[in-house]
Design a protein around this ligand. Structure first.
Ligand SMILES: [Zn+2]
Length: 99
């Protein structure tokens, strides 16, 4: 298990390049199923990746966080679990330390 004490700060610190790297390395296709569009990472005006937080109806203080991509043609969107991405980077970090 990874140390989750800085999970929120570390998640919010992910850059566009890091997330694009994740998307490429896990092999997510950028072509949208509408066949005409490309899925692009949703960004805030200040250049940080946009995060969507959805409350968990079963847990008063719980929420699920997602980075997301949106098709530049049809608007179809894909959510990427922020927790999963965080874990992916932590696993990679750990692997690198063992090399
Ligand atoms: Zn599309």
């Amino acid at each position: 298990m990874h140390d989750t004490s800085n999970l929120v700060d570390e998640t919010l610190a992910f850059t566009e390049d890091e997330l694009e790297g994740f998307i490429e390395q896990v092999g997510l296709p950028s072509k949208c199923s509408c066949a005409d569009g490309t899925l692009e990472l949703a960004m805030n005006a200040d250049g940080t990746p946009s995060v969507v937080a959805l409350p968990d109806p079963r847990e008063e203080h719980g929420s699920n966080w997602f980075f997301w991509q949106v098709c530049d043609c049809c608007g179809q969107s894909r959510f990427l679990s922020a927790g999963k991405i965080w874990t992916w980077f932590k696993d990679k970090e750990q692997d690198n330390q063992h090399v």
